[in-house]
Design a protein around this ligand. Structure first.
Ligand code: 1Q0
Length: 215
């Protein structure tokens, strides 16, 4: 793609931040997790304003987590593991119904975590797609298998409409700014196992503490 913008979006860089997420003992660094989402939101914004309601919500959740990270108890939020322990030990999480802590780190991260499953499914479809595959179909299939189960009707409807506005596979690959399709496929093949690992570690942690249905 042509462009003089030296801050051009590059998906490789975004997916690389997910590599930085895992510590040696397989804890998930919140700082890099959030940075990964920031990059994805930038990508989403470059696709057009119909995705604004999605990126707005993502930005809002990113901001909540960043505020914890930079707050006076920031050291408790270094990893997802330490955040869960800290918030649970100090009763900072609404466990069954919304109450005093509607924006806990645990419930906020859970929303992004569910979206990460969507990303994993979508990227896997993109990776194995052929030239005539429809991005909108790949996107909505991935959505229906993941996030949709947690969204009310109105949001599912709005999401479905937005997906129809996704550019076709060639344009989509172009915006990713990785190179020719074969290179995109190779990059996805490298990135996916890492995203899956981050997802699985978080999923196991949340399951262990019974946090998968936080209101
Ligand atoms: C490429 C198309 C992107 C499609 C993104 C799929 C996700 C659809 C999600 C729709 C969210 C609607 C807005 C509000 C939802 C909230 O109600 C909900 C629950 O939160 P709460 O506080 O009400 O309980 N929020 C969520 O479920 C969080 C949703 C976060 C979505 C984050 C999407 C970030 C952008 C991703 C673009 C990735 C493009 C990657 C393509 C890479 C190409 C190789």
């Amino acid at each position: 793609s042509v462009g003089v913008d030296n801050q051009k979006f590059c998906l490789q860089e975004v997916l690389d931040t997910f590599k930085l997420c895992l510590s040696e003992n397989k804890e998930v660094y919140l700082e890099h997790y959030v940075a990964g989402w920031r990059g994805l939101v930038k990508f989403l914004n470059s696709l057009g304003s119909v995705f604004g309601f999605i990126s707005k919500d993502a930005v809002n959740k990113i901001q909540i987590l960043v505020t914890f990270l930079n707050g006076e108890n920031g050291s408790q939020y270094v990893t997802v593991q330490s955040m869960v322990k800290y918030e649970l030990d100090n009763q900072l999480v609404d466990l069954t119904k919304r109450g005093s802590y509607p924006e806990s780190g645990c419930r906020t991260l859970l929303r992004l975590h569910r979206a990460l499953r969507w990303l994993e499914l979508f990227l896997e479809r993109l990776r194995t797609s052929t030239e005539d595959s429809k991005t909108s179909a790949m996107c909505s299939e991935s959505y229906n298998e993941s996030l949709a189960q947690h969204h009310p009707w109105a949001i599912r409807k709005a999401s479905g409409l937005a997906f129809c506005m996704l550019p076709g596979r060639p344009a989509f690959f172009e915006v990713m700014n990785v190179g020719p399709p074969e290179q995109v496929v190779a990059m996805l093949g490298e990135a996916l196992p890492l995203i899956s690992e981050v997802y699985q570690i978080t999923e196991d942690l949340y399951a262990q503490h019974n946090l998968l249905d936080l209101p």
